[in-house]
Design a protein around this ligand. Structure first.
Ligand SMILES: [Ca+2]
Length: 250
């Protein structure tokens, strides 16, 4: 009897080992991320152009935006007054599912909204990833991912996904916004964790390109970002929780 029990255990152990060797699914396996549609590592050391390493799009630096030490390699740094970088086009549709991802470093908390990454419409930003302080609702500041319902000067109502915890300043934070067109849902992820959501009723195709360090309001740059932005990526679908977590762990 004892021999038989030992044999059975040995068989189970051997079978388990074979399953592992055969590449059986393991619960903790990291997902393989899709290739981005656009990706600016922002590792340049000088000059006035930031290069997209996937689609070759160039973001031009304006008014003193510059490269310096970032989260990984260099990053773009902005004065929060008029610095920004702008591109002419992105390579995915904004009226379908997508993801925007960036590392951001807010040098100082500023009243109202400041925008780290946005995509231009004609009159307003299609989407914005950034930070908001509202004395009535979130005086300590929160991370936000917002999308405009239409391309107009009023720009409202936008649909906002806002983090549930106060933001930090002077440190690198990973922000991801996803839009799932099938259910009209916006999600905001902070440091790999899903922290807020919102519903977008009328998705539209943005006419313009990326804007880093600012947003577009009533046809003009605004909401200038005080601090750093690194590793801006766009994906042409909504990444899921596991994928965003993997992107954060990098
Ligand atoms: Ca970088």
């Amino acid at each position: 009897m004892r021999v038989r029990a030992v044999s059975r255990r040995a068989f189970v152990l051997a079978a388990s080992a074979l399953l592992v060797l055969a590449g059986a699914p393991v619960a903790t396996a990291a997902p393989v991320l899709p290739a981005p549609a656009n990706h600016w590592p922002l590792d340049e050391t000088s000059g006035t152009e930031a290069h997209d390493v996937v689609a070759g799009r160039i973001a031009s630096l304006h008014n003193g935006a510059s490269f310096s030490q970032g989260r990984q390699g260099n990053a773009l740094w902005f004065d929060g007054v008029d610095d920004q970088a702008t591109g002419d086009q992105v390579d995915f549709r904004t009226d379908q599912s997508f993801t925007v991802s960036a590392w951001v470093n807010l040098a100082q908390k500023t009243p109202g909204t400041v925008t780290a990454v946005s995509i231009d419409g004609d009159r307003t930003s299609r989407i914005q990833l950034g930070h908001n302080i509202d004395d009535d609702n979130n005086p300590l500041g929160r991370w936000v991912f917002q999308a405009a319902e239409n391309d107009s000067d009023s720009g409202y109502p936008t649909r906002v996904a806002s983090s549930v915890l106060p933001s930090e300043e002077g440190t690198w934070t990973h922000l991801v916004g996803t839009y799932d067109a099938a259910i009209g849902q916006l999600w905001l992820y902070v440091d790999g964790k899903r922290v807020g959501d919102g519903t977008l009723n009328t998705p539209w195709q943005a006419s313009g390109g990326v804007r880093v360090g600012a947003a577009k309001v009533a046809g003009a740059p605004a909401r200038f970002w005080p601090g750093g932005v690194d590793d801006v990526r766009f994906f042409s679908r909504a990444l899921d929780r596991a994928e965003v977590s993997e992107l954060y762990r990098g």
